[in-house]
Design a protein around this ligand. Sequence first.
Ligand code: 13P
Ligand code: SF4
Length: 351
Amino acid sequence: SDPALADRARRARAALGDRAFVLGHHYQRDEVIEFADVTGDSFKLAQQAAARPEAEYVVFCGVHFMAESADILTSPSQQVVLPDLAAGCSMADMAALGQVEDAWEVLAEAGLADSTVPVAYMNSSAAIKAFTGRNGGTICTSSNADRSLRWAFERGERVLFLPDQHLGRNTAVLQLGLSLEDCVVYNPHKPGGGVTVEQLRAAKMILWRGHCSVHGRFSKDNVDDVRARIPGVNVLVHPECRFDVVTAADSVGSTEHIIRTLEAAPAGSSWAVGTELNLVSRLAKAHPDKQIVFLDKTVCYCSTMNRIDLPHLVWALESLVEGRMVNRIVVDGDTAHWAKVALERMLALPG
Ligand code: 13P
Ligand code: SF4
């Protein structure tokens, strides 16, 4: 990265001192991660958001839904800044509030809404989180989806899982022991979700038809290829990958799980990692005693995570030093209230 810009970032960061708290998701660029006070997966960052009540500014180096959650979980006097407002998430955009309300109406008309518990993946807008809060549901991340689903099944007969069909299916089948036949996919672009009332009634998991454009690119062929190329390789993937990829892998888990697994791996072991490339490259550099390769052969960054780069971070930090608020993320009061109800249900789950 540009040393002059890095120097400006250091100066601005020092000038802000404890007035600012910088959070960085593991998928951020190295040039940005360098300035994070705390790095984490989306669960850890949600926990950490409220950890510095004395900080006036929480600078969120991640994507929009994470910054929204930080705004909901911090005190009203704290201001959350997203250095580039274009840092969205294509998966979160796959579930709009109106579409989810329509789906709920379909369930209500079939007499199923009362026995269905909505569970929203962290990777969803605050409006979707608020919907789950209002309707007796909870949130999950990739590191606690099994516990959130168990919580939900204690309260209802079926779950409406939003918006990542893969995380929902992988967790329900591989961790809760449901079968693939217990899952049905609801397509918001088709009337009635493209499923019959009988299918909805029979389902234990109603999976929203959303996916991650980054993790969706890994295929079972990638797993077979790497096993052929590197004898003895361990395949480690994120649960946003497709079901056939996850079942062919040796280990599955959130970005924190991936980091811990590679830290604990013996020297000389080989790993093919199926998650975002900034993280995989950083881990390969951090562990030169282990062979760590990217699961796909093509480049696979999360383009929206990558929107946060050093120029945007410098601009945001220098603006705050000059007393100019930029790119503040504010969730309106009613949405924030109900989203917080749902988020707190998740945060209260036993570890
Ligand atoms: P985790 O940080 O929970 O592993 O999620 C990955 C992700 O896709 C965030 O957008
Ligand atoms: Fe969204 Fe996928 Fe990027 Fe995560 S990696 S922010 S789920 S598009």
